[in-house]
Design a protein around this ligand. Structure first.
Ligand SMILES: [Zn+2]
Length: 275
């Protein structure tokens, strides 16, 4: 009897103590960027194009920046210029996973071949494609970990989301949609990004300024740089880079993987409370 009373008391004390601790922690929970920066910027480039090697990466490096390059497994450039992609990764850029065959919803995009219609995939097939793309990129850059970018920002197969299924393969994933109003609204496995089509330098800068205002992150999805599909001109790209350079005291420009490592560690206490 005595023992039971003691156990009850001890449990109550522990419970009260934990509640107090949680309340205390809740008050002190505040998302912060490293070195008192105001926002983060991730410059990402999709589909493994020659212009990434020839135009985008050299431009980034002139300013001391590193980007994330979502290289599709069947990229022609990855096949013909493998050594250059390897060297680019060795200089600090991230080679991200963008599937092997770039499947997307054929009902939305008329260029999708029936073989690569995401809605004709099974989850098993997609997961094995993502795993194999990780192996391929590991053979190129020697890295064990990389982030993922949903192809066409599509994240469902026959209406069912696979956002939770990919957690075993990646530390974070880039999706689409509006910039979050606050960092505690970010799901690290579907981080919004802006897919640009012929943006002006001013528009790109405005997007970053929105992130500064909100204390959030600006993730920009580029494809061609300096000519090609879903293009950004070299001039607009350069205008953005110069702006980022001039504001390096308040902006953290880094790969999606590096930025998300920080974001996930900062968000951990928030998730502990909401789960
Ligand atoms: Zn793509």
């Amino acid at each position: 009897m005595e023992k039971r009373r003691f156990t009850l008391c001890a449990s109550l004390i522990l419970l009260l103590g934990l509640n107090g601790l949680q309340a205390q922690e809740k008050q002190s929970l505040k998302f912060a960027w490293p070195e008192e920066k105001k926002a983060a910027v991730c410059l990402t480039y999709d589909d493994g194009l020659d212009c990434h090697l020839d135009v985008a990466a050299p431009a980034l490096e002139r300013h001391g920046f590193r980007g994330t390059f979502y290289v599709t497994g069947n990229s022609v450039s990855l096949n013909s210029r493998t050594g250059e992609w390897r060297a680019m990764a060795a200089r600090g850029h991230e080679l991200g996973n963008h599937t092997l065959f770039h499947p997307c919803h054929g009902s939305t995009y008329d260029w999708v071949k029936p073989e690569y219609d995401l809605d004709s995939y099974t989850l098993e097939r997609l997961m094995s494609e993502l795993f194999t793309a990780n192996s391929l990129l590991k053979a190129v850059d020697g890295r064990e970990e990389r982030s993922f970018a949903y192809t066409c920002t599509n994240h469902t197969i026959k209406g069912l989301s696979f956002v939770d299924d990919i957690r075993t393969l990646f530390p974070a994933a880039r999706g689409g949609g509006e910039m979050p109003a606050a960092m505690d609204q970010v799901d690290p496995y579907y981080v919004p990004s802006w897919g640009v089509v012929d943006p002006t330098g001013e528009e790109l800068i405005q997007y970053v300024e929105q992130a500064i205002e909100q204390g959030t992150m600006a993730v920009i999805m580029f494809h061609s740089v300096g000519g090609g599909y879903l293009n950004v001109s070299s001039e607009a790209h350069e205008q953005l880079l110069s702006y980022l350079d001039e504001h390096s005291d308040i902006l953290w420009v880094d790969t999606f993987q590096n930025v998300m490592k920080h974001v996930s560690s900062e968000l951990l206490p928030f998730q502990a409370f909401t789960e």
